[in-house]
Design a protein around this ligand. Structure first.
Ligand code: SF4
Length: 333
């Protein structure tokens, strides 16, 4: 069981990107606006816990992952790691111990792997750059161990291969091995199986679950796929236009969602939504919204009587609707 004490904690985390105003704004000297990619979220991940961050494209989930791995800087709020405020820790040498403990797995293995490097060099790179090995024998041992943990067997058969000589599943395993080589305690995996065949997905997910079980590693699993989130996660957090709208156990969020957006996501999934996908009020309408143009009214419940009254005046806070189950909707009570 995961440790419920906070290992990673995001407090009112905010990432706003400035946008230039139109021609008229520039002529009149009016300031441009801001894209609220992440708009003040509170989220924690316990040691050895798997938390899935679920949302559509543009919801801000990748930006959250990039902030956690220090590839992006928040514009507000705090990020605490084992109680230490990491928000303003910057620079390669100051971040070296943190990078050792927190790694990211990217969605696109084609782009994540340098085509001119062999598998050995790709997996060895973080060990060399973080100076975690003292000699070549140690390096070979750590690379072999990481490849074997990611299911690349026998590891030595793959040392001299280049990314183009690997299948899609093998490439993603090598990406995972690169993250595992430093023996991290937290991995942020951004859609790690979305580009893989269904038959390979289950194997990769099992590798991640085994890592948690065997090494008590925590995982933030970023996905747009609710059934995948339910399969792998202890808890699910649902993100909509930079705001967390619902957080709870994987079973609660999947089978007893209380926020209309989560209900719509669930119903859009035939495996778990069944015929409810036909329910008019519980499906998502129109295009995926953009954080640059936040829609007025409520997209997930267009006829909600509160959309232009109470909800417009006061954004619903996260309301407790069950044990450790929070929903940000006045109707969820
Ligand atoms: Fe949407 Fe607010 Fe109505 Fe909930 S209360 S369905 S968030 S408009």
């Amino acid at each position: 069981m995961p440790d419920t004490a906070d290992f990673l904690r995001l407090e009112s985390l905010q990432v706003h990107f400035p946008v230039q105003g139109g021609l008229l704004d520039r002529v009149l000297g009016r300031p441009g606006g801001a894209v609220r990619a992440v708009d003040g979220i509170d989220l924690s991940v316990g040691r050895g816990e798997i938390v899935a961050l679920v949302g559509e494209s543009g919801s801000g989930k990748t930006t959250v992952g990039r902030v956690i791995t220090k590839l992006a800087q928040p514009t507000g709020g705090r990020m605490l790691f084992e109680g230490r405020d990491m928000t303003s820790v910057l620079g390669a040498s100051a971040l070296r111990p943190y990078r050792h403990r927190v790694q990211m797995i990217f969605q696109d293995a084609y782009q994540a792997l340098n085509p001119r490097h062999t598998v050995f060099d790709i997996v060895a790179e973080p060990l060399r750059s973080l100076k975690l090995v003292e000699n070549n024998a140690q390096l070979i041992e750590r690379v072999s161990e990481a490849l074997a943990s990611a299911g690349v067997n026998p590891p030595s058969d793959f040392f001299a291969r280049f990314p183009h000589e690997l299948s899609g599943g093998q490439r993603q395993r090598v990406v995972i091995a690169g993250a595992l080589a430093v023996k991290p305690e937290l991995i942020v995996a951004d859609e790690p199986v979305s580009m893989l065949d269904v038959s390979i997905r289950a194997q990769i997910l099992q590798v991640l679950v085994d890592l948690r079980d065997d090494h008590n590693m925590a995982l933030l699993f970023i996905t747009h796929d609710l059934p995948l989130a339910w399969f792998i996660a202890d808890r699910i957090a649902v993100l909509y236009l930079g705001n967390l709208v619902e957080v709870g156990s994987a079973d609660e969020i999947t089978f007893n969602p209380r926020h209309p957006y989560t209900v719509a996501l669930r119903n859009a999934t035939p495996q778990i939504g069944g015929n409810a996908a036909r329910a008019e009020l519980a499906t998502l309408q129109g295009e995926v919204p953009s954080a640059a143009r936040v829609p007025s009214g409520c997209r997930f419940h267009p006829r909600c009587p509160l959309a232009f009254s109470r909800c417009r005046e006061e954004e619903p806070p996260a309301i407790e609707v069950g044990p450790q189950h929070m929903s940000a909707c006045w109707l969820a009570k």
